[in-house]
Structure formats: structure tokens, C-alpha cells
Design a protein around this ligand. Structure first.
Ligand SMILES: C[S@@+](CC[C@H](N)C(=O)[O-])C[C@H]1O[C@@H](n2cnc3c(N)ncnc32)[C@H](O)[C@@H]1O
Length: 243
């Protein structure tokens, strides 16, 4: 089932997602850290640590948004990162942060769609995406194009929300996700739909083994899954086969 942010709208999921992130961009960083109680920073750090053995990698950050995963990669690995996103307003915030931190020699961003990336085949040492795949209109197409631009042997890191399945974490998580988060997010961002879409899209998204199956379908070889904070999020680590 495709979950879209604005149920009454006839626009495609992609148009709606870009519009939604354009609208919440100025408040995105603040809300992200508030609603996750800051835990998202640790998850990004854990995701980047999987790439530490690659020597001076060139990395593509898909659905880069305001750039936090790209900044973390540069900070930890000293590498160059190219970020892409379909939301011009999210990229505007990313660009302000890049300029403010004087990181333009290392981090660049551009408007582009994960489903048709404007890069040649086999160019990146690693491709990563945090909290982006759930928003793709066509997950298979997005993952396949991300695999295409990876060098053979290159690594893919996907950080995404998942569903904890143990009592009482599952129940607490559902209460927080379905009640508290839409209320707080809605009041602060003034877009209640955006923060109702968040839990709905997570609950309907393939996680765990099902997401590994999507990676395989896209031509990747899953290496390992790392559950974060009792399964609230998962990091998927995969490799593009050499032949
Ligand atoms: C929740 S934000 C995540 C931003 C950032 N990666 C982070 O960790 O904070 C999701 C981002 O995915 C982007 N996005 C959704 N579909 C996309 C697509 N098909 N191609 C590129 N970006 C996309 C949205 O515009 C939005 O900026």
C-alpha cells in the first residue's frame, strides 16, 4: 500500500513528499532532534562507522535533506560527499549549513531524484540514505538506481525507522508514534498531516528481512542488519557484488 502525506490531494507521492518537506524545512532539524530526543544523532554516527574502513571514499548521500548524514560522514571520514534531494527548501537549509561551516570543498548538494540519479554507473565508493527510502514513490526503482551508481564492491548504508516487536516497547512506541508525535510535530511545524504521515509510512514500510529482500531485488548483497535502540530504527549494510 502506498502511503501519501495528503490524502485529499490527487498529486503523486513524489510531488506530495517534496511539497511536504518544502513546507517543514525551516523547522526540520529542530523537530528531528526534539522528537527523537536527540537519539537520531547517535544512529547517524553508527551508520557512518560502517564505512570507516574505506580509504578516502567518495560518497553519495541520497535524500540528504538538510545534510546531517553528509556532515557526519565528512566529520568522521574526512571524505567528499555529494547530497541529492527532491526538496529545494531542504537543500536550501543544507546549503546554508555548508556555507556557514565552510565545507563547500567537501560537501555539495543538488536537486535530483533517487529514482533517476544524474550520475554515471559505478562512480561512488558508498551510497547512503537516512530516513529517505520510506518516502520514495517507487522503492525498487530508487534502490536499483542507487546500486547502479555504486562501484562494484561498493557499500550501501540505509538507516530507516523500523517496528519494535517486543512487549512493552512495541506498545510504548506505538503510543508515542501515533499520539504524541503527530500532536507535537503538528503544533510546531503547523503541518499535522506531515507528522501523521510519519507513523503511517513507518508502519506500512517493509523492515528487517523484508527490506533485505528489496535490497536483493535491487542487485545488492545484504551484509548485516543493525537494530538501533530496541528496534525503533535499523541500519541495513549491503554490498554491490563485484561481478
Ligand atoms: C526525513 S528526510 C531525511 C533527511 C536526511 N537524510 C536526514 O537524515 O535528516 C527525507 C528526505 O527524503 C527526500 N526524498 C524523498 N523522496 C526522494 C527521492 N525520490 N529522491 C530524493 N530525495 C527524496 C525528501 O525530500 C526529504 O528531504
Amino acid at each position: 500500500m502506498t502511503v501519501k502525506p495528503y490524502k485529499a490531494s490527487g498529486d503523486s507521492k513524489k510531488q506530495q513528499v517534496a511539497g511536504m518537506f518544502n513546507k517543514i524545512a525551516p523547522k526540520y532539524d529542530f523537530l528531528n532532534h526534539l522528537l527523537s530526543l536527540g537519539i537520531d544523532k547517535m544512529w547517524r554516527k553508527n551508520a557512518i562507522s560502517l564505512l570507516k574502513n574505506i580509504h578516502q571514499p567518495l560518497i553519495l548521500d541520497v535524500a540528504t535533506g538538510t545534510g546531517d548524514l553528509a556532515f557526519e560522514a565528512h566529520k568522521r571520514l574526512g571524505c567528499k560527499v555529494v547530497g541529492v534531494d527532491i526538496s529545494s527548501e531542504m537543500l536550501k537549509v543544507a546549503t546554508e549549513k555548508i556555507n556557514h561551516r565552510k565545507l563547500s570543498p567537501f560537501i555539495s548538494v543538488q536537486e535530483a531524484d533517487s529514482e533517476s540519479l544524474p550520475f554515471e554507473d559505478n562512480v561512488f565508493d558508498a551510497v547512503m540514505v537516512a530516513f529517505g527510502v520510506r518516502n520514495f514513490e517507487n522503492l525498487g526503482k530508487g534502490l536499483t538506481d542507487m546500486a547502479r551508481v555504486l562501484k562494484p564492491g561498493g557499500k550501501m548504508v540505509v538507516l530507516e525507522f523500523s517496528k519494535p516487536n517486543r512487549f512493552p516497547i512495541k506498545q510504548l512506541y506505538l503510543f508515542y508514534f501515533k499520539r504524541i508525535l503527530p500532536f507535537l510535530g503538528g503544533v510546531i511545524s503547523k503541518d499535522r498531516d506531515a507528522y501523521t504521515y510519519l507513523p503511517e509510512s513507518v508502519l506500512n514500510f517493509p523492515d528487517g528481512e523484508k527490506f533485505d529482500a528489496e535490497l536483493i531485488q535491487a542487485g545488492m548483497r545484504p551484509i548485516k542488519r543493525f537494530k538501533q535502540t530496541l528496534g525503533i530504527a535499523t541500519i541495513y549494510f549491503a554490498e554491490k557484488p563485484i561481478q
